[in-house]
Design a protein around this ligand. Structure first.
Ligand code: IVH
Length: 719
């Protein structure tokens, strides 16, 4: 986007009015993308620049301030799918400061407002500004009763069920906590969890996430709390709303009280007084930033004494007693030398920009992902424009690269002034660069929309897909064969020697035999192997001739079947034979086998279709048959259930459960040998219905399925 703008002093009043109108629109549409859809289109730095320009124009022409001005708004309106909660006290925003002088001004203004000389007598707290999403959690009589997002500051979304799945957030408070308290703070996703999740998404051939913040927001805004629970979100407490009794009279004291009540509090929070110490702490936190397991985008300063905070009060949308000192964004300019295409296990063609090496925030960046064909053109996942019309990414372009934490660097925008004359738009390949098969953008059967991902149709005949497949097969959560990593897989795959070649998974298990015969080349004579390591490799391979069923299923590399799904399938079908038979019998939207597959809680239509598709392909079945001649998947362990009243029964939970989370209920039931299904069918034995149960309860009654409420269920399973 263009940040080149006319100097504010040069604007006529008409131009200023037009500019304010434009800024209100741009900021609001970006607010919507950022808060509403969790998909930012511009960098935080650009966004801040827009707001600053708006503020500066308003300062010059106060008479032009619009009702819909960005300076009057906090966040964005709550989304429609959740019930709303009106905050007992508004959730406000913070003013931003960008330079040491700004900080000095802030501190000076606090003294001035209080009518004191700036003698260093007022203490401030300084703590990281967590890049997550703020949450207000209400406790009545020390029990968690509700949780709401910030929303527009006045009204937020009721995400209680989801927040209850966050381990960092206690469900009950200790006896010394007040009768009513709203603890506020930031929900975030750890960088390490984000990276692991993206690795999993990639392994499953799914779209990866942009950054931890948006992933955390997306995870919280799930209507299904199970998804939230699976994401391991975390929390830091740093503020409060309504409270019946104050446990302390300083900011630091309050936060320490939250810590005693069981909330995580940030260890880098400090109480300081002089401007030098405050800015010194900012720099220290900045240095620690790359090593923290969470994203932060600045340091928040707050007046420590609460009586002074009360005197200072609020401006329209932010407190006078606090400010956020933002870090400069980690961005840099460089040029695109090449655009290359990587082919993944599921055939996805991912364009990658090879860049002239550049340091961004202390890390050398040489590659940036370009995601897909649309991204290169400047079109986002929902068809919206993410850059100006002509800002498509081309070879030779000077681009702005951003690195957020450990996330794969992104190309944000193109510097049009530097575009070489005669440059041409990047032509996305219509064939796979590795095997030459057609590459297509599939139409999603359910939504009818064209997929953003272009896929190679070569399947097993594509060597890129085949090697990626093998790499997945031997990866840590699948077969986990020590000594057989990506490099070795490439070596064995490319070998022309039949006694060395590994083209499909079963070949791994026949390697030793082939080598023992009349091998052309002995593996131990090849550079990088040696006698000892070859012995170890064979031992590692043989150790895996027997393997847990869920690992076996996961290793097959079926699209959309990640570890969690593989576990569900293993548990539901028990043996590989039963699983394969059912998959071959199942046909989309039809018949008992399909219904049974879809009834597994956690398996949706997309996964079900992928499974059916996979087993329809004779080549897949053939490879598995050869594999089964070498290895034996174990029978899935069934929980010990002797004496359990619900062992072997199929149970469905519906409505909002109040005594336990859905996950707890499910884990408990499964521990007692029950199968938990997501929908009611003739096979359902028990429906446990909480308040608000609807269509499932009706269907259960129609089918004559036994129904009970939570208390009856608890009584049945022994409390
Ligand atoms: S204090 C009345 N402290 O930043 C002010 N906010 O830009 C209450 N944030 O909405 C906020 N870390 O989501 C505060 N240590 C921290 C924070 C923090 C992150 C977020 C919060 C707030 C936004 C304001």
């Amino acid at each position: 986007m263009s940040t080149e703008a006319t100097a504010i002093d040069a604007l006529t009043i008409e131009e200023a009015a037009a500019e304010l109108e434009r800024l209100a629109k741009v900021v609001s549409s970006n607010d919507e993308l950022y808060h509403g859809k969790d998909q930012p289109a511009i960098s935080d730095a650009d966004y801040d620049a827009l707001k600053r320009r708006n503020d500066a124009i308003e300062a010059r022409y106060p008479e032009l301030i619009r009702a819909d001005s960005p300076s009057r708004r906090v966040g964005s309106a709550p989304s429609a799918s959740f019930a709303q909660i009106t905050h007992s006290r508004p959730m406000l925003s913070l003013d931003n400061t960008f330079s040491d002088e700004d900080v000095q001004d802030f501190i000076g203004s606090v003294y001035r407002f209080l009518g004191q000389l700036p003698d260093g007598s007022i203490a401030f707290t300084a703590e990281p500004k967590i890049d997550g999403l703020s949450m207000s959690i209400r406790y009545e009589n020390r029990k968690l009763v509700s949780a709401a997002t910030r929303g527009d500051g006045t009204t937020g979304e009721n995400v209680t069920a989801n927040v209850k799945t966050i381990k960092d957030i206690p469900n009950t408070l200790p006896a010394d906590a007040p009768d009513v308290v709203e603890v506020r703070g930031e929900v975030y996703m750890a960088k390490s969890d984000f990276l692991a999740l993206n690795a999993q998404m990639e392994a499953e051939g799914k779209q990866t996430y942009v950054n931890p913040r948006n992933t955390a927001a997306g995870s919280l805004r799930q209507l299904d709390a199970k998804v939230t629970a699976s994401r391991n979100l975390r929390f830091f407490a740093y503020a409060w709303g309504e409270i019946s009794e104050m446990p302390a009279d300083t900011q630091l004291g309050m936060v320490e009280a939250f810590g005693k009540w069981g909330f995580p509090i940030n260890p880098l929070m400090k109480r300081l007084s002089s401007v030098e110490d405050i800015i010194g702490h900012y720099r220290e936190i900045g240095l620690k930033r790359p090593d923290l397991d969470y994203d932060i985008d600045g340091v928040v300063y707050k007046v420590d004494r609460l009586d002074l905070q009360a005197r200072l009060g609020f401006r329209s949308r932010s407190p006078r007693w606090a400010t956020a000192h933002k870090f400069p964004a980690e961005q840099a300019f460089t040029t695109v030398e090449k655009i290359e295409i990587q082919v993944g296990r599921t055939g996805a063609l991912t364009p990658v920009a090879r860049l002239t090496p550049i340091t961004v925030g202390g890390v050398v960046v040489t590659n940036a992902t370009l995601h897909n064909e649309d991204y290169i053109k400047g079109v986002g996942n929902s068809g919206e424009r993410i850059r100006e019309d002509d800002h498509d990414i081309r070879v030779g372009d000077t681009v702005i690269v951003q690195r957020a934490g450990d996330v794969i660097p992104q190309v944000l925008d193109v510097v049009m002034e530097k575009r070489p004359t005669g440059s041409v738009s990047y032509e996305f390949p219509k064939t796979c660069p590795v095997c030459g098969s057609h590459a297509v953008r599939e139409v999603n059967e359910k939504t009818g929309k064209v997929d953003a991902v272009t896929r190679c149709t070569g399947g097993f005949t594509c060597s890129a897909q085949a090697t990626e497949h093998l790499k997945h097969f031997v990866s840590r959560n699948a077969y986990d064969i020590e000594g057989l990593g990506a490099k070795q897989v490439d070596f064995f795959f490319e070998s022309e020697d039949p006694s060395l070649q590994i083209r499909t998974a079963p070949d791994i298990f026949t390697l030793e035999k082939r080598q023992a015969g009349s091998a052309l080349t002995k593996l131990e004579n090849i550079d990088g192997f040696g006698k000892v390591s070859v012995g170890k490799l064979y031992a590692a391979i043989n150790e895996r001739r027997s393997i847990a069923l869920h690992r076996f299923i996961y290793a097959l590399g079926i699209r959309h079947v990640g570890e969690t799904t593989a576990k569900l399938l293993a548990r539901s079908y028990g043996t590989y034979e039963a699983f394969e038979t059912a998959m071959k019998e199942a046909a989309p939207l039809f018949g008992e086998a399909w219904n049974e597959l879809n009834a597994i809680d956690g398996i949706g239509e997309i996964v079900a279709r992928a499974l059916v598709e996979f087993y329809k392909e004779p080549r897949n079945v053939e490879v598995i048959t050869r594999l089964l001649a070498e290895v034996t998947p174990e029978v899935a362990e069934q929980p010990v259930t002797s004496g359990s009243p619900v062992a072997g029964k199929t149970v469905v939970f519906t409505g909002s459960l109040e005594k336990f989370t859905r996950d707890e209920a499910k884990a408990r039931a499964e521990g007692l040998g029950a199968k938990v299904a997501g929908s009611v069918s003739k096979k359902t034995d028990i429906l446990v219905a909480g308040p608000g149960a609807g269509s499932k309860l009706e269907k259960a009654r129609e089918l004559g399925v036994q129904t009970m409420d939570e208390d009856e269920w608890l009584a049945l399973i022994g409390g």
